[in-house]
Design a binder for this molecule. Structure first.
Ligand SMILES: Nc1ncnc2c1ncn2[C@@H]1O[C@H](COP(=O)(O)OP(=O)(O)OP(=O)(O)O)[C@@H](O)[C@H]1O
Ligand SMILES: [Mg+2]
Length: 246
């Protein structure tokens, strides 16, 4: 399965969704970062938007990949997708993260319209609601985007495809840590804290315990979001996959 995570907006969670929602649930998938201005975390290979030809060739050589397209490259990539007609077909699905601020929702609409204009069908163009605040109904927070899509159904927006605002992403940023692995860890932190020699050590262990607690809350949420994306329909051999991707 080949996924592109893309948005005209910076800081909407493209890299977070790539690394913590998608890649861990697609066994064997590689992560490619089409470089953003900001250096990306982890050991992902990097390509520039101008190397689009190369990216297309690379995509022929792999089965499962998530391409995280930094905001600064999106305009160029869109231009190239127009020039290399039908090149969007290299991707089974385009994942477009969006966040609550109105400006970002307008950018999301612009991203969806551009992808629609290069020929991406609605079932291959999927919004993920990110940084969702559970205290507000999602329908209200994202009403401008949802109203637009109700009028012009050029993309799929399932309100179950949501990732809540959570400080765990900041805690593990740049560490390359896997949330599911952190959640599974059974270290008895309470015991270690009781035995720790100094305050600093106790605090470091306390931080790991807090991160694990957050991870244990977030992993089921990410599982539910991933299930709602229903990407299994694009897996090799899935009924309808050939029609959707050819
Ligand atoms: N659901 C979330 N809850 C809390 N923080 C989040 C969430 N998603 C992303 N973040 C944080 O927001 C910041 C931006 O996220 P990220 O780097 O994934 O965005 P991006 O779209 O890849 O940005 P860029 O355009 O710079 O590549 C990061 O600090 C990240 O930890
Ligand atoms: Mg990024």
């Amino acid at each position: 399965m080949k996924l592109a995570v893309i948005s005209f907006s910076g800081n909407v969670g493209k890299s977070t969704i790539t690394r913590h929602l998608l890649a861990p649930r697609l066994p064997g998938a590689r992560v490619i970062a089409v470089e953003s201005i900001n250096a990306d975390e982890g050991q992902a290979q990097s390509l520039r938007g101008s190397q689009f030809g190369e990216l297309q060739e690379y995509l022929q050589s792999v089965d499962d990949v998530v391409v995280d397209i930094g905001a600064s490259n999106v305009e160029e990539l869109m231009r190239l997708m127009h020039r290399y007609r039908d090149s969007h077909e290299e991707f089974d699905c385009f994942i477009v993260p969006t966040v609550p601020p109105p400006k970002q929702q307008q950018d999301t609409i612009a991203t969806l319209v551009d992808l629609h204009n290069v020929g991406v069908a609605p079932e291959r163009l999927q919004v993920v609601f990110n940084m969702v605040d559970d205290r507000e109904p999602l329908e209200r927070t994202f009403h401008s985007l949802l109203d637009f899509l109700a009028q012009q159904p050029i993309a799929s927006a399932n309100t179950r495809c949501r990732v809540g605002m959570n400080e765990v992403y900041a805690r593990i940023r740049g560490t390359g840590a896997d949330l599911a692995e952190i959640a599974r860890d059974n270290t008895d932190f309470k015991r270690l804290i009781a035995r720790a020699g100094d305050r600093q050590e106790k605090m470091a262990l306390g931080q790991r315990l807090a991160t694990r607690r957050l991870a244990r809350g977030v992993v089921p949420e990410l599982d539910a979001c991933f299930a709602a994306l229903n990407l299994g329909r694009f897996a090799a051999g899935a009924v309808g996959a050939a029609e959707l991707t050819s």
